[in-house]
Design a protein around this ligand. Structure first.
Ligand code: ATP
Length: 354
């Protein structure tokens, strides 16, 4: 069992704190993703887990063993770089065999293991090619085979799909998932792409300027974001600044512009809040527990499998998504519209200084 635990990891570069006390518990056999915008500290975290860099303070454990200052080759975690870092003068076979050769594994065993790894990534028959004779996707597979051949306890992938075109990206995404399930290994994956993170991960840690804002399943993070940053990072959503004007137990009434919405769940102290509303949760007919907003239609945009209706409520633009054209057949730009939202679909969060 190789759980990976990070306890309060701090890392500073030339006076800037890249990691401000990161704690994470990644479970055995989990595909765990570090997600966040450029510069938030994802790669630094991964390099510290790999042992390519050491933290200023904090501890890292693989299972019960503390590995914080253990050299990379002694911890059983292998990092696959974004640019694959294949050796151009070596064949595919030699690239994959390299890690075994330096470990002085017998020749016959090397052959068997390289064949196994190349089969796993579906590159059997490519043994004698050089990296320049491979497509981007194939190079990526070689890099993954090279990492897996040494049977790491933990596989670390840093933006592994970012150099591939959109179609290959989707293909490799499923491949990584398949390989991870087949081998039953722990994978820690870094990306800035929220859709990729949602599709591939068992759990996600959303990072923002050197801190972890939330850890959860893709569903948790999307449906129950705990901060404004997480809510706005996870796809197109409405984030409306508002004020709490009344409290009654765990329910509040909030105001934005001239609108008043009551019966919303909120227990935090700050009265400066944002209302997070996913566009697909807005309806055009009232329900049992809905609040309503009356405004005008600003735009209607057809996207194929859904249509977006942008409503104007005072100065505030709110986006709704309709799956069926029937619901919105009567709507026209500049004409009145009422948006209905279930109270449970309005997430009230303290306003952050983003
Ligand atoms: P990206 O997606 O752009 O790779 P990231 O989330 O992986 O970003 P990191 O590469 O971990 O972010 O960088 C975190 C912060 O630490 C950034 O502000 C970066 O400039 C800084 N940093 C990272 N490595 C170094 C280094 N070797 N020297 C100085 N500063 C560094």
């Amino acid at each position: 069992m190789v759980d990976v635990k990070l306890e309060n990891i701090v890392k500073t570069f030339d006076g800037t704190t890249a990691l401000k006390g990161i704690s994470l518990h990644i479970k055995h056999k989990e595909l765990f993703t570090l997600l966040g915008p450029s510069g938030c500290g994802k790669s630094t975290t991964l390099r510290i887990i790999a042992g390519l860099d050491y933290p200023d303070s904090g501890h890292i454990y693989f299972g019960d063993e503390e590995v914080t200052y253990l050299p990379s080759y002694q911890r059983g975690a292998v990092l696959v770089f974004q640019n694959y870092a294949l050796w151009p003068h070596m064949t595919v076979f030699d690239n994959v065999a390299y890690g075994l050769k330096i470990r002085k594994v017998p020749k016959e065993e090397i052959k068997r293991k390289v064949e196994w790894a190349l089969e796993l990534v579906k590159l059997k028959g490519f043994e004698n090619r050089y990296p320049t004779q491979l497509s981007g996707g194939q190079q990526q597979r070689v890099a993954i085979a090279r990492a897996l051949v040494v049977e790491p306890k933990v596989l670390l992938l840093d933006e592994p799909l970012s150099n591939l075109d959109a179609k290959l990206r989707l293909e490799m995404r499923s491949e990584i998932r398949r390989i991870q399930r087949e081998l039953g290994i722990t994978v820690i994956y870094v990306t800035h792409d929220q859709e990729e993170a949602m599709a591939i991960s068992d759990r996600i840690a959303v990072m923002n300027v050197g801190t972890v804002e939330q850890v959860g399943t893709p569903r948790d993070i999307y449906e129950r974001p705990r901060t404004e940053f997480v809510a706005s990072f996870m796809g197109k959503t409405n984030v409306i600044p508002a004020k709490v004007v009344e409290r009654n137990g765990d329910k509040v009434t909030v105001e934005f512009e001239s609108f008043r919405l009551d019966g919303l769940h909120y227990t935090e102290k700050s009265d400066n809040v944002v209302l997070v509303i996913r566009p697909e949760r807005i309806k055009f007919r009232p329900g049992e527990n809905t609040v309503s907003l009356e405004g005008t239609v600003d735009l209607i945009e057809y996207y194929g499998f859904f249509t977006e209706v942008v409503g104007l409520f005072g100065e505030t633009r709110i986006i709704a998504r309709a799956i069926s054209d029937k619901e919105i057949a009567n709507l026209r730009p500049t004409q009145p519209v009422t948006f209905y939202i279930d109270r449970d679909d309005i997430i009230v969060l303290p306003k952050q200084n983003l």
